[in-house]
Design a protein around this ligand. Structure first.
Ligand SMILES: Nc1ncnc2c1ncn2[C@@H]1O[C@H](COP(=O)(O)OP(=O)(O)OP(=O)(O)O)[C@@H](O)[C@H]1O
Ligand SMILES: [Mg+2]
Length: 276
């Protein structure tokens, strides 16, 4: 079981989108993949399952928040009881959907005083609740302005992908978040976290300048850069890969970028395995 978490300083930078695209790649290689939605607004769940289905699962107490609350109360939990299948292009992928109750679970975890080391409990929850049957768990969450979520994801994950775009104050915000996270884990942040630039627009002076500012950041980065492309919006259909869906876009460059990112990610994961 390898847990990969997607973090960001700001909202809307592409965490959910990149998580879904990498899930597609892992599925394509035949891996057992679980998408864990740790965003109480359930962006990933709604995108993949639809609002109606997510409401139904919330109503039946079948979200990650329900599972986590049960676990925190000392009950035994099976992650698979809280997992449903979603369509991702031509594949099915397992997803543990989110919902409002995740806020309650996180509040209880972090503020009740009943749980020592709250940041470690979600990893513990996964390890004790049968999550080892998945090869890869991709954990999507909300931006750093809600620190409990970011810290929980940081401690739950084996690897962390910090998604960013190069514009405005974003590079400084990433830098700031990175140094705060480095303090939180004390050592090894450079082994655990890497920055991924998404939504880069090439060709304009503004974009070139923006990329220079990101390049100047003293943080580990993926060499792959993902560009701004229309077809990234079509997550369930994965139009970039399949060429189907309403946009009918089959963008070879986009596929190449995600494949390159995936290859880099696998190298990074295997380094960790060799180091034990
Ligand atoms: N490379 C890209 N090119 C074009 N559009 C993109 C790209 N990456 C993401 N998007 C679009 O940007 C929007 C925000 O992306 P997404 O929801 O993945 O961000 P997020 O970081 O998960 O946001 P939040 O913090 O709100 O959860 C979506 O509409 C998505 O389709
Ligand atoms: Mg999101």
């Amino acid at each position: 079981m390898q847990v990969i978490a997607f973090l960001s300083a700001s909202g809307g930078v592409g965490k959910t989108t990149i998580a879904a695209h990498l899930a597609y790649m892992f599925r394509r290689e035949g891996n057992n993949v679980l998408l864990a939605d740790m965003d109480p607004s359930a962006g990933l769940s709604v995108t993949l399952l639809g609002e109606h289905r997510v409401l139904e699962l919330e109503g039946r107490g079948r979200t990650v928040g329900d599972a986590l609350l049960r676990f925190l109360r000392g009950n035994s939990v099976e992650v698979s009881d809280y997992v449903v299948q979603a369509k991702l292009g031509e594949f099915a992928v397992d997803i543990m959907p989110s919902g409002d109750l995740l806020s309650d679970a996180m509040g209880s975890l972090w503020y009740s005083g009943n749980y020592p080391s709250p940041e470690l409990r979600v990893r513990e929850f996964l390890e004790r609740s049968g999550a080892h049957r998945w090869d890869v768990i991709l954990l999507d969450t909300i931006p750093f302005y809600e620190r409990r979520y970011t810290l929980t994801a940081l401690y739950t994950a084996d690897k962390v992908i910090i998604v960013t775009h190069p514009y405005g104050s974003e590079p400084q915000r990433v830098k700031r978040m990175y140094s705060k996270l480095a303090q939180a884990v004390r050592s090894g942040i450079d082994i655990k976290a890497r920055v991924l630039v998404n939504r880069a627009r090439v060709g304009t002076a503004e974009a070139e300048h923006a990329m220079e500012r990101v390049a100047a950041l003293d943080v580990p980065k993926f060499s792959t850069v993902i560009h701004e492309r229309v077809c990234y919006s079509g997550i369930p259909q994965m139009e970039c890969f399949t060429g189907r869906g309403k946009n009918k876009v089959k963008d070879k460059n986009a596929i190449g970028e995600v494949e390159k990112l995936f290859a880099e990610l696998k190298d990074w994961l295997s380094v960790q395995l060799t180091l034990g």
